[in-house]
Design a protein around this ligand. Structure first.
Ligand code: ACM
Length: 683
């Protein structure tokens, strides 16, 4: 074979390999429940002639949506013989039971999308658009039968810490719809700014929506003050009622429900800034809780909610309930009087009483209350309340077992404000390390979970303390929202991260082309290099005597953690041992006097989690465990005010012999004074 023919043959082979992988790859995200390949192809000729067999109430909006789309050019078919794409609302028994389910049949002679519901027809269309984007005008014939695993497939957006305008929200709604996500949870109020027009209380948008400090960080590190909207320093914003109506209408056309959240009774500093009388008398500085002994607090909330309910048709209304400090209530005469009258034994029971009262108010309006999992503390909650489990999965498990509907949104899998790659090179984020694989691996309702039928679904939250721009918000959403969509929609059987990642790479590239500032998955660095393989060194397996105890919240592997060869992840919660109380002092026994040339340990500084590098490290050795000789003292020169996470080694190198190695790290004494280390390495 001459070289030219060899080259041609090789090129043909690789082209075939490419088309073979294209043929078999169900490129759609979220992965459909079932895909059956059929012989042949359908060739799209634009404009694609469509027909809708459904009552006007379904056909009208669908037709408008199809004709308004920019991706694939369509037109209503002139006669029945011309139809290339048929939508059919149908209740045939072979169709998926869910109104969101659909059957998409692509055959050489035409395409049909059938469903029991308008949402199912819409989702079938979304799948077809993805096939078209991947295959172009020649779509391989196949039958896809698909329906969601969960009814609640949510994304959350905190518009208080930074405000994101209507256009941004609608842009994300379009991406959500393409991913078959169907709930947008808007966190509309918080200490950093009130974000919705309420006619009854104009001060909320004249003042409480505007702060001094363009970014949350500036405001938080400054005096946390508010100003009038016409103040030259004013930063913030809010949605007018008209804008809210537009967002809700846009969402509705995409089969998405917008779930509003009005925080109560905590996270309300901005409300107290304009209505100080709603706080407890004599409350401490910075207190953000409304007074629960004061009827005016409930009147305020009910009046706000009355206007909110007029704007949002959602059956679910979120009223927060998270992270409320009980300090002011415990000493407030009005709250204490309320507790005595209602027979409440603690401030926690007082909050529970307040949330139940709000729940009854919403129920009387035909709506269902949603709250963060703190609403389970301090007593029972109304049966219909939906619990959002964010402090891990415990709250959700407890609520589901007690018969409450729950939405799982645990921080370890669903908080998209954490880093998705190397925290030292990524833009500053909040805390935690949440790479794509971890989101993908989450199961909100595992088979052994009691009450798992009460898991309505799953949601990812985007708190925006460190997300000042729309570009940054998109960067944090995507591609992790692709993994969330698959967790929320696709069957748990058949999950395969490597296969998903290929689809996510493709989809990320398309999202970036379409103007979404997605994180570049193709350039992902991955997990901390030190943590990928067990380390080998002299101290592995040697006993460690602790002069200072590790903290029970961060034990890593307990007494063996610092000599198990297993290094910490980018996540400080994984394989890092945490110490609180000013110092780490540990002594490793090597078992016999040995030559040594290196003693080192890594530490983390993670400002938002109050974890600091040590101020000083002292390394000493001994032959008998009694008399120690100092080998080195290392001072830290890394700035304490640096907010970006950093991982640093503190150690000694030289020539010596010893059996016992003592490693002391002294904290800088800053708030909490946490120290985190993963291994005492001796070579
Ligand atoms: C929360 O993250 N405070 C719900």
């Amino acid at each position: 074979m001459n070289r030219l023919r060899l080259l041609t043959a090789l090129l043909l082979l690789s082209a075939c390999a490419a088309c073979a992988s294209k043929e078999t790859s169900p490129i759609v995200i979220p992965r459909p429940a079932s895909v059956q390949e059929l012989p042949g192809h359908f060739t799209i000729r634009e404009p694609l002639a469509f027909a809708i067999e459904a009552p006007d109430s379904v056909a009208g909006p669908l037709s408008a949506l199809l004709r308004g789309g920019a991706i694939l050019c369509v037109e209503e078919a002139a006669g029945s013989g011309d139809v290339a794409l048929r939508f059919r609302l149908d209740d045939a028994p072979e169709l998926p039971a869910s109104e969101e389910g659909y059957r998409l049949a692509v055959r050489p002679e035409g395409i049909e999308i059938a469903s029991r519901g308008a949402a199912g027809l819409f989702y079938g269309w979304q799948t077809l658009l993805q096939l078209h984007a991947y295959y172009g005008g020649r779509i391989p014939a196949r039958e896809i039968v698909d329906e969601p695993r969960f009814a609640w497939r949510g994304l959350h957006l905190d518009v208080s810490r930074h405000f994101f305008d209507k256009e941004f929200v609608c842009k994300q709604l379009r991406m959500m719809a393409s991913l078959k996500l169907n709930r947008l949870h808007l966190h509309l109020t918080d200490g950093a700014g009130w974000r919705i027009e309420i006619d009854r209380f104009p001060l909320l948008t004249e003042v409480a929506a505007w702060r001094v400090g363009a970014t949350w960080k500036e405001w938080w590190m400054g005096d946390r003050s508010y100003c009038r909207r016409d103040d030259p320093r004013a930063a913030g914003g809010y949605y007018t009622k008209e804008e809210i109506r537009e967002i809700v209408a846009c969402a509705d056309s995409l089969h998405i429900t917008v779930v509003p959240e009005i925080e109560f009774p905590g996270h309300s500093e901005e409300v107290l800034a304009v209505f100080p009388e709603l706080g407890c008398p004599g409350r401490p500085d910075g207190c953000g809780e409304l007074c629960l002994g004061n009827e005016a607090s409930f009147r305020f909330l009910e009046r706000v909610l009355t206007e909110v309910l007029e704007l949002f048709p959602s059956a679910y209304i979120h009223v927060g309930g998270d992270e409320a400090s009980t300090a002011a209530w415990a000493s407030c005469p009005r709250c204490r009087a309320r507790m005595a009258r209602e027979g409440l034994k603690s401030p926690e029971e007082l909050q529970n009483w307040a949330m139940r009262r709000v729940g009854r108010f919403l129920e009387a309006q035909g709506r269902t209350m949603v709250g963060w999992d703190e609403i389970l503390d301090g007593g029972d909650i109304p049966a219909r309340t939906v619990v959002m489990s964010w402090r891990g999965e415990e709250g959700g498990r407890k609520a589901a077992a007690a018969g409450h509907d729950v939405v799982m949104t645990p921080g370890g899998y669903c908080y998209f404000d954490g880093y998705q790659d190397n925290p030292m090179t990524e833009p500053q984020a909040f805390s935690g390390y949440l790479p794509l694989w971890k989101v993908y691996g989450y199961d909100p309702a595992p088979a052994d979970m009691p009450g798992r039928e009460h898991v309505l679904g799953v949601q990812a939250n985007l708190w925006t303390e460190y997300i000042p721009t729309p570009e940054q918000a998109e960067y944090m959403y995507y591609p992790r929202a692709f993994a969330l969509a698959e967790v929320a929609w696709s069957p748990v059987e058949g999950r395969d991260y490597d296969e998903f990642r290929q689809r996510a790479l493709w989809r990320t590239a398309r999202a970036r082309e379409a103007g979404y500032n997605a994180f570049d998955l193709a350039a992902e660095q991955g997990e901390r290099p030190e943590s990928r393989e067990p380390a080998e060194h002299l101290a592995v397996g040697c006993p460690v005597a602790y002069g200072t105890p590790w903290h029970r919240s961060y034990p890593a592997g307990g007494a063996e953690a610092l000599t198990d060869g297993l290094r910490g992840s980018w996540s400080y919660a994984t394989r890092w041992q945490g110490f609180l109380g000013g110092a780490v002092e540990v002594t490793v026994d090597l078992g016999a006097v040995k030559p040594i040339r290196e003693v080192t340990a890594d530490f983390i500084q993670w400002y938002s989690a109050w974890i600091w590098l040590p101020a000083r490290v002292e390394i000493a050795v001994s032959d008998d465990g009694a008399d120690f000789r100092q080998l080195a003292t290392v001072e830290n020169d890394y700035p304490v005010e640096e907010h970006r996470p950093v991982y640093r080694s503190f150690g000694w190198t030289g020539e010596d012999r010893a059996r016992f190695v003592r490693y002391r790290a002294l904290s800088n004494g800053r708030s909490g004074g946490w120290l985190f280390t993963d291994e005492i390495v001796v070579r």
